[in-house]
Design a protein around this ligand. Structure first.
Ligand SMILES: Nc1ncnc2c1ncn2[C@@H]1O[C@H](COP(=O)(O)OP(=O)(O)OP(=O)(O)O)[C@@H](O)[C@H]1O
Length: 353
């Protein structure tokens, strides 16, 4: 863990990550059927993922659209059934112990926050309904007075005005809606929150508030977060560690600051070369996004792909430093030499130097 992160926690008088994994994923494979009901075609969305989220840490999961980030979160949330692999939460083998759909006890431990807060809040109900329902269903408010107190506490935690209890989702801004969704997740006092692009539909000016809120939940409550994002700048800002995915595989994982200062995998370097400018106003421009996608998917035309080695012989994980791994045949332990050897574009060198 970086000195910067440690200092930030010390300043805040915080709960530090204790290093023990709360979520342990091993060899997770997910195949989806393709080609209709009568077809036997399968598409492998996850090719055997290993990933840990430690207690009280934020783990960012980054990678281009379609790389499998949401599928991992949905498997952990029990919204998808993995094809194979193991998933442990608090040491419990979830796929063996839990029903296909998550039990209430499991949902009390693991909560998910989605990209579109409007889509996840029924427009017919007021804020009070969403929060009350979560509190009552999970036995977190057994009397009228505790309910009132817990509602107030939840609103305070997510920095929402108490008057908004009476508001309908359409009366809230995007940022306020996402805060309600987070408050609803917090109502059950979870150990883990899976946040799937929670800021991508929000204006830049609002995003930072949600990122800071997630950081506070980690620091003050020791909640573990799996934070899915396309935005590497946000991952660098908020996450203790970052896992980089490409085409259903983890290609690099390590402490965020170090990984982003000197990425060892060509794909991570390409992603970093396209980090959006945090000063830019408005939401992500679709045209720019298409250009980014073309550039990143161009990574499949890695200069070393021609030798066919990755296709014929899957690369293994190399240790760059303790806690930092990269999956690339071409990786050599002397980082500077490796980085030059792995260079795939002049832009990447310029931007990440
Ligand atoms: N229910 C499904 N049926 C068939 N294919 C699916 C299904 N869900 C996801 N996929 C495919 O699995 C792959 C991984 O999808 P996933 O949503 O996990 O990617 P992602 O990295 O989260 O992308 P995004 O950032 O766009 O959400 C994609 O190719 C997607 O089309």
């Amino acid at each position: 863990m970086s000195a910067t992160t440690d200092n930030a926690r010390e300043r805040a008088g915080t709960v530090a990550a204790d290093g023990a994994p709360v979520v342990e994923i091993r060899g997770l494979v997910k195949d989806f059927p393709v080609g209709g009901l009568l077809s036997r075609g399968r598409f492998r969305a996850l090719g055997g993922i290993d990933l840990d989220v430690r207690r009280g840490e934020i783990m960012a999961l980054v990678g281009e659209s379609g790389s499998g980030k949401s599928t991992i979160a949905r498997c952990v949330a029990r919204l998808e059934q993995p094809t194979s692999g193991t998933l442990r939460v608090d040491g419990v083998d979830v796929l063996a112990a839990e029903p296909r759909r998550a039990s209430r006890a499991y949902r009390a431990k693991v909560q998910m926050v989605f990209q579109d807060p409007f889509g996840s809040l029924n427009p017919a109900h007021r804020v009070e309904h969403f929060l009350t329902r979560a509190l009552v269903l999970h036995g977190r408010a057994t009397s009228a007075s505790t309910l009132k107190r817990r509602l107030t506490e939840l609103l305070d935690t997510v920095d929402l005005d108490h008057a908004l209890l009476d508001a309908y989702p359409h009366e809230l801004s995007g940022g306020q809606r996402q805060r309600v969704a987070i408050a609803r997740a917090l109502a059950v006092e979870p150990e883990v929150i899976l946040a799937d692009e929670p800021t991508s539909m929000l204006d830049v000016s609002v995003r930072i508030g949600i990122l800071n809120l997630m950081r506070r939940l980690r620091d003050e409550r020791g909640i573990s977060l799996l934070y899915i994002t396309h935005d590497l700048a946000a991952a660098r800002y908020i996450a203790d560690r970052t896992t980089v995915m490409f085409a259903g595989e983890v290609v690099e994982a390590g402490e965020s600051t170090a990984l982003m200062a000197g990425p060892a995998h060509p794909y991570t370097r390409l992603l970093l070369s396209a980090v959006p400018d945090p000063r830019r106003a408005g939401t992500f421009d679709p045209a720019e996004r298409a250009a980014l996608r073309a550039q990143v998917l161009g990574a499949t035309t890695c200069p070393y792909a021609a030798d066919g080695r990755c296709r014929d012989d899957a690369p293994v994980h190399h240790v760059v430093e303790p806690g930092w791994t990269v999956r690339c045949h071409r990786y050599r332990p002397h980082a500077e030499v490796a980085r030059r050897a792995l260079d795939v574009s002049g832009t990447a060198t310029a931007q990440t130097a």
